[in-house]
Design a protein around this ligand. Structure first.
Ligand code: NDP
Ligand SMILES: CCCCC/C=C\CC(=O)/C=C/C=C/C=C/[C@@H](O)CCCC(=O)O
Length: 329
């Protein structure tokens, strides 16, 4: 019999998550029935959505939500061979049982040399978020200027590079000078540290005096309220995330957006990547191709050991990650 380690939400987060909000438990797994598989998590993802979704969808004592790259270690299902790697959405667990219906194989053509953890990042849900947000929501066109915040993270770093591949000028911001250096390294035209600039308004104007056609917003809050005033006529805003607000106990009050929306005839659309599953195959295939061609660079912040899941999650929310934050079990 296999015993899985799992992390549960011991106490709903109040403000910023803290280690004592989590508890690690052991769960004995049943023997496999016909048609079932035993899987071990190899890489687990820590993502911002876990913070707001825990409040909306979870109760105390539930296993933390999340996805993993897992390896099949035992199979009583002829459709799945032992040793196969899959992407699963089974939460913070070292081991789990599946009937195979909830598993996604890695995309065809995945070379052995490419880290499988990328299926949780650049060639997974965050990469697909960038792809959908830019091509379907912003409807980015060559020659346009694209702005993205949280630009050195999992989604933002792909947004900037896809915008360059698509023939745009790209401006990004991030929360440290080393992240800004990374953005320049992967091809951003302009990048600034939003924590140290004297004025966000000035920094946005300096980076693109003519304004922005597309704004891929990962952050919300004050940054978005300022950026909206820098949109060009008929600009498009993809409302992807609002990480600056996820840990607020008291909702922020911002300036109202109607005047710039009307004056510049802007479009603003929120989206959730899961609703775009019909674009998944096409998107992931394109992302993999760009990675293999060297046009789409990646960086991963790998935390070792399952025991460090809460630390990796809290660190990501604090901005300690460059690129995609993952945990190697
Ligand atoms: N709509 C959708 O379907 C999806 C939305 N998202 C959203 O995209 C955004 C980015 O996600 P992801 O790429 O996975 O995460 P990241 O890899 O970008 O990690 C989060 C980053 O957010 C930045 N950050 C944290 N707090 C603040 C703050 N108060 N102000 C500004 N930046 C902050 C930090 O970078 P820094 O050092 O630069 O501050 C941190 O590294 C999130 O808002 C997430 O919810 C993600 C996936 C799907
Ligand atoms: C309750 C308030 C919500 C505010 C918006 C919060 C977050 C936006 C966001 O980050 C959403 C992310 C959604 C991710 C969904 C992922 C899963 O479906 C897993 C998908 C697995 C995979 O495709 O690899």
């Amino acid at each position: 019999m296999v015993t899985a380690k799992v992390w549960v939400l011991k106490k709903h987060f109040e403000g910023f998550p803290k280690p004592s909000d989590f508890e690690m438990k052991q769960v004995a797994l049943a023997n496999l029935k016909d048609g079932e598989l035993l899987l071990e998590s190899v890489f687990l993802s820590v993502d911002p959505y876990m913070r707001p979704y825990s409040k909306r969808d979870m109760k105390e004592g539930d296993v933390m939500i999340g996805t993993q790259v897992a390896r099949i270690v035992e199979s009583k299902n002829p459709a799945f061979a032992v040793g196969t790697f899959v992407v699963a959405n089974r939460g913070w667990r070292t081991h789990f049982i599946s009937d195979g219906k909830d598993l996604n194989l890695l995309p065809a053509g995945w070379p052995e040399s490419l880290p499988k953890s990328l299926a949780l990042g650049t060639v997974g849900m965050p990469g697909l978020t960038a792809y959908v947000g830019l091509f379907e929501i912003c409807k980015m066109k060559p020659g346009e200027t694209v702005l993205v915040n949280a630009a050195a993270g999992a989604v933002g770093s792909v947004v900037g590079q896809l915008a360059k591949i698509g023939g745009c000028k790209v401006v990004g911001c991030a929360g440290s000078d080393s992240k800004v250096a990374y953005l320049k390294n992967i091809g951003f035209d302009e990048a600034f540290n939003y924590k140290t600039v004297a004025s966000l308004d000035e920094a946005l104007r300096k980076a693109s005096p003519d304004g922005y056609d597309c704004f891929f917003d990962n952050v919300g809050g004050e940054f978005a309220s300022i950026a909206i005033n820098h949109m060009k006529k008929f600009g498009r805003i993809a409302v992807c995330g609002a990480i600056s607000q996820y840990n607020d106990s008291v909702p922020q009050k911002g300036p109202y957006i109607q005047i710039p929306m009307i004056f510049n005839e802007l479009s603003m659309k929120g989206f959730i990547v899961s609703s775009w599953h019909n674009h998944r195959e096409e998107g992931v295939k394109a992302l993999l191709k760009w990675v293999l061609e060297g046009k789409l660079k990646y960086h991963e912040q790998v935390t070792e050991r399952f025991e460090n899941m809460p630390a990796a999650f809290i660190g990501m929310l604090k901005g300690e990650n460059l690129g995609k934050a993952v945990v190697k079990v």
